[in-house]
Design a protein around this ligand. Sequence first.
Ligand code: ADP
Length: 333
Amino acid sequence: MSRGADLELVNVTKSYSGTIAVDAISLRIKAGTYCCLLGPSGCGKSSTLRMIAGHEDISGGDIVIGARAVNGEPPVKRGTAMMFQSYALFPHLSVRDNVAFSLKMRGVGKADRYAKADALLRLVAMDRYADRLPAQLSGGQQQRVALARSLITDPVILLLDEPLSALDPFLRIKMRAELKRFQRELGITFIHVTHGQEEAMALADLAVVMNNGRIEQAGSPQEIFDRPATEFVARFMGGHNVIDLAGKRVTVRADKVSFAPGGESAGAEHVRTGTVTAVEYQGYSVVVTLDAAGGELTAIVPERQFFARPVEPGAAAAIGWNAADIHELSPTA
Ligand code: ADP
């Protein structure tokens, strides 16, 4: 199977009739990386993906694949392919003909294109369904066919725009594990757009958090979650308390604070007291929100600890933290 190629975005900009959707972003994605573009709706993820794919003109900057600027080249010449959502399968073509379609368009003979389609259908464990029509498949099976179809041209970079959003939550988690496994087996770069931070953390080697057409932070999921660069990233990823501390904005992870019912000290270097406003059971843990002087605070309390001394909304409680768990934010531009 083919291997990936390095991808570099250099000051890439997209404007739609004067509105800037992507604002001079620069990013390096090494060959063979699982990269997730992450951020709220409208932040410029899809525009970025479509420019890399060659489905959208770039308004400024360069897209470099391998050693070559590919600005203006069609997708086939770039070595990119896009995985479309399941409903983009041709309903009147068999699974095998759907997968082989791009090769037919390129004039590849039937025996050769079917041999390759069947090999890819084996990769995604769909070879038994080669003669079926898309309507005779489940949603997850259609997704796997769509993946096989996008791989038929041997792309070095596969682009996936919210590929799991049409699936129910259970299937989404199953398919996400499969995507990761296929990416590892193929060894090519996947660039996957999502607005789900949990999905990005589960999949990405490189997570890129976007906001307002810019990159707020790019790094491993652990870097992004544990050391968010900006308040935007901390709030978007969730699980953080953003606190004003002696003129500085800092975060403390909600699973690193201590929680004490009643008016106790919570046994920490910094303590704030307040009133419990919400209690949310999550299985392994219970999320407790406190309305405290200086703002809302959240504690993720291990299940057993919580139920040893449970609290309800309205109760007095304290949340504390130690200096070692404080993470300083850079001011958001
Ligand atoms: P995301 O994928 O993060 O939701 P998009 O890249 O789709 O963001 O959109 C970024 C911004 O560009 C949004 O403000 C959106 O309204 C605008 N936009 C996207 N596509 C077009 C288009 N074809 N014409 C005009 N504006 C667009």
